[in-house]
Design a protein around this ligand. Structure first.
Ligand code: FAD
Ligand code: N01
Length: 537
């Protein structure tokens, strides 16, 4: 890529992605620092995850009053959520409202993808090429590409021969899909499947679910929000938001009542029952040691297994749905509405592909153990190349010809999950090595955006034109992230946190498990120390 031969546009900062991360980053740099900023977004609109994932039943599992920006008091006072857990359309409406309210659209190039970015060491600027052939330069490149935005369909033999319609949950048609009267296959039983299966089953003539690994799911107990509850939360927002920022996961769950081994069976069961009936992921915070002690974990897992046995009427189906291969919580807990009960319907069939994987896809359907399951439509609820996929899809060239994809070939390496050595003036929002996917992501996004804004403001005030990571600081952070993970049960699961869902991807626990509040304090301390661990020039 030569800059001189082509027309280029110069910015102070170029942001990739217009989900919640990219939108807030634009606002801060443009409105608070007065920078010339451009956002480049592959989709036709804002919202990221909530723009792409339009499958039936898609909704958030963090409560709406807290899965929302906290940076503007006016915004959080004027917006009214309708349900405890917001649907995808409602979150997308909110994202669009934010874009309009803060006049973000004029600075976003939609329907445009960043293909490559190269650091020009002589000028300390990034040269960025988009799929429309345009070239831009920017002093700062900021990726807001999302942790769960690179959809993945497994490489099933014969997939292209299928005569019916195929869909991936993460790239759902905007017009929706009418499954009335159709025979539908859903492949996968992760969160996306668990949300969509009950809705598809209610519409389709026949639904066949292909399950490789059963997942633990807890009931959402969704409901419409009571106006008094909304009013109370709005009155207390300042304090509640601050508590969330300093909490372990960015969500205000009822605190754990103790260690499993220190509690009587009656107390434990009573606590789990209460949390199960209250609904949501707060079920996982009942005890202090669920995530670190396998025996404690088994107590909680067994409680959920008993609920599955209670809900699912056919014992052989219940047994297939019961997870046994990973400790509960070591894959992201699913939160559902009527998931297990859906298997009591006559039009729903569960096919385990654990022992006998999907052989191939033919013109008519899905073949398992020599049997063809004939279907009209296939829904791939098969997940994402999580955390690294959207970053390594871009050719990002740092200093000395180093390419990010190559640097991360044995696993992602970052300092604080924000920056990576050899790629100066590159900031990554919620990258591997930060709490990101283990948290309420809007809390983590706001923290990263604010910290990056502070870093750039510091650079501007101090005449710093180039900020890189000290490789020693990066090594120490990577070690710390690994050590923290291996003090828990998380790495024992074949999860996407570990890269295990992508054949050949290194098995590294990617997010930082030290907790949102502790991580925030550490980042603040590093900033106060003049950005310790960074090389400023
Ligand atoms: P995204 O929303 O993923 O946005 C990234 C954007 O970057 C996308 O629009 C994409 O098109 C764009 N992009 C990527 N690469 C390029 C490129 N090369 N060029 C141009 N544009 C590019 N989190 C929670 O905290 N709670 C939840 O309940 C929750 N539910 C979820 C449900 C689903 C179905 C999924 C998939 C994720 C969920 N998440 C949840 C995680 C969710 O991704 C985050 O909460 C949040 O929306 C991420 O925002 P983001 O801006 O970082 O990334
Ligand atoms: O993806 P997943 P997802 N043959 O990777 C199966 C967030 N989210 O889109 O487990 C057969 O979890 C795979 O099987 P296995 C949330 O963070 C949140 O559902 O690898 N099956 C698995 O069952 C979530 O964790 C919500 O054995 C194959 C499924 O496909 C993340 O996004 C809602 C297969 C993929 O599950 C990703 O969730 C939705 C094969 N070859 C998403 N390959 C909320 O509720 C894969 N599978 C908030």
């Amino acid at each position: 890529m030569t800059v001189s031969s082509q027309q280029t546009t110069d910015y102070d900062a170029l942001i990739v992605g217009a989900g919640f991360a990219g939108m807030y980053m634009l606002k801060r740099l443009r409105d608070d620092l007065g920078l010339r900023v451009r956002v480049v977004e592959r989709g036709e609109g804002v919202g990221g995850t909530w723009y792409w994932n339009r499958y039936p039943g898609a909704r958030c599992d963090v409560e709406s009053l807290f899965y929302s920006y906290s940076f503007s008091s006016e915004l959080q006072q004027e917006w009214d959520w309708t349900e405890r857990y917001p649907t995808q359309p409602e979150i997308l409406r909110y994202a669009n409202h934010v874009a309009d309210r803060f006049n973000l659209r004029p600075d976003i190039a939609f329907s445009t993808s960043v293909n490559s970015a190269r650091y020009d060491e002589r000028q300390d600027r990034w040269i960025v090429e988009t799929d429309d052939g345009a070239i831009s330069t920017a002093q700062y490149l900021i990726t807001a590409v999302g942790c769960l935005s690179a959809s993945r369909v497994p490489d099933f033999e014969g997939i292209d021969t299928f005569q019916g319609a195929t869909y991936h949950t993460g790239e759902w048609p905007h017009a929706g899909v009418d499954f009335t009267g159709r025979r539908v296959a859903v492949i996968g039983t992760g969160s996306s499947a668990i949300q969509s299966i009950p809705e598809i089953a209610a519409q389709a003539a026949q639904l066949t679910v292909f399950q490789r690994t059963p997942n633990f799911s807890v009931p959402a107990v969704n409901r419409r929000l009571d106006p008094a509850e909304i009013e109370q939360t709005k009155a207390d927002y300042d304090q509640l938001r601050q508590e969330a920022r300093l909490s372990p996961s960015g969500v205000l769950f009822a605190p754990p009542i103790g260690r499993v081994g220190d509690l009587s069976t009656e107390v434990r069961t009573g606590e789990m029952k209460q949390r199960w009936e209250n609904g949501g992921a707060g079920f996982m915070s009942a005890f202090l040691d669920t995530g670190v002690d396998i025996e404690a974990n088994e107590v909680v897992a067994e409680y959920v297994r008993d609920r599955i046995r209670e809900i699912v009427e056919r014992p052989e189906v219940a047994e297939l749905l019961i997870p046994r291969d990973h400790p509960i919580g070591t894959k992201r807990i699913c939160v559902d509405t009527d998931y297990y009960a859906t298997y009591n319907r006559d039009n729903v069939k569960l096919v385990s592909v654990r022992e006998t994987p999907i052989e191939r896809i033919t013109e008519q359907g899905v073949v398992v153990a020599g049997e063809t399951y004939e279907v009209d439509d296939i829904v791939f609820a098969t997940g994402f190349d999580a955390m690294t996929g959207a970053l390594t899809a871009i050719d990002i060239h740092g200093v000395d010809g180093i390419i990010l994809r190559d640097k991360w070939a044995a696993g992602p390496r970052t300092y604080l999950g924000i920056a990576t050595a050899g790629f100066p003036n590159l900031f990554m929002i919620t990258a591997p090595g930060s709490p990101s996917v283990l948290s309420n992501m809007i809390v983590s996004i706001e923290q990263h955006v604010d910290w990056i804004t502070g870093h750039i403001a510091y650079a501007l005030q101090n005449g710093v034109t180039r900020t890189d990571v000290d490789p020693t600081a990066e090594d120490a952070w990577v070690d710390h992230v690994n050590t923290a993970a291996h003090q828990t049960l998380y790495p024992t699961a074949a999860s996407w946190y570990m890269g295990a869902n992508i054949p050949g991807k290194p098995r590294i626990f990617m997010p930082y498990i030290g907790g949102v509040g502790a991580y925030r304090n550490l980042c603040d301390q590093i900033a106060e120390d003049g950005y310790r661990g960074f090389l400023l020039g």
